[in-house]
Design a protein around this ligand. Structure first.
Ligand code: UDP
Length: 236
């Protein structure tokens, strides 16, 4: 195990769970992601996950339908709980013990977020899935990822995306797009690169937590990123 990354936070967007579908879940993709997480867990890494909700609902989209932003954001946070339960179910079917902790209390289906309890779960080898973002509207699950990583002393944030790193432009539409292997927090913000929102980058910077960006759909990539053999960009 790479000691410097003993405890990690994996950020999964909701979109990562829907594969080629336009909405909801692709069980093959979810299975692949969970198998990759299980492989890393089996090596002794302590793991927590923050999952987004964009495959079901986003506050900004709800607003365009005439639903006020704060209400739309609460709908988005509930979407993250649905995804957390889906991940929990799949991970446990692979034999990994997990806990879902929600930033919005819903005690029948998830524990409420308690920092020290989350840390204890990880020490005992359970994967903690953080749901409902930070629990407040006008935030994103990227910010929740940086916040939970700082709170629970994670050594790194692994952000799984649809591309294998950070580019100067969208590599799918611009062949001149340049990939950054290493980039500073400041340069991400100054160049307005679409990595995580500014609040998340700032939090990670203030707590000196590196962010590793990689392609979540490449089988086995989480482990490769952790042992330095994968294809990724690092913000530090
Ligand atoms: N959200 C929120 N507060 C939070 C986290 C999320 O209000 O702390 C809402 C927001 O509306 C967001 C939605 O939940 O659009 C889904 O989260 P996000 O867009 O971050 O998910 P992802 O893009 O990672 O799938």
């Amino acid at each position: 195990m790479a000691d410097k990354y003993r405890r990690i936070l994996i950020k999964l967007s909701g979109e990562a769970l829907m594969g080629k579908n336009k909405f909801g879940h692709d069980i093959n993709i979810i299975t692949q992601i969970c198998e990759d997480i299980e492989a890393v867990h089996d090596l002794g890494y302590q793991i927590c996950i923050v999952v987004g909700g964009g495959n079901i609902c986003r506050g900004a989209t709800s607003q365009s339908l005439g639903i006020e932003r704060a209400s739309g954001d609460y709908m988005g946070m509930l979407a993250t709980v649905i995804n957390a339960i889906a991940l929990q179910s799949k991970l446990e079917s692979l034999g990994v013990f997990t806990r879902v902790q929600s930033a919005i209390s819903m005690t029948e289906i998830a524990e409420s977020y308690i920092r020290r309890r989350a840390i204890r779960h990880m020490e005992k080898g359970r994967i903690v899935i953080f749901a409902a973002g930070v629990g407040s509207p006008f935030f994103t699950t990227d910010t929740a990822a940086a916040l939970r990583a700082a709170e629970t002393d994670c050594n790194a944030i692994l952000k799984g995306t649809q591309v294998d790193g950070i580019y100067s432009a969208d590599p799918k539409t611009d062949i001149t797009a340049k990939k950054y292997a290493n980039i500073s927090y400041k340069d991400v913000i100054v160049n307005d690169l679409n990595v995580m929102d500014t609040a998340a980058i700032t939090l990670a910077r203030d707590h000196n937590i590196p962010i590793l960006i990689f392609d979540i759909h490449k089988k086995g990539e989480i482990l490769k990123v952790l042992n330095g053999t994968g294809t990724y960009s690092i913000v530090k």
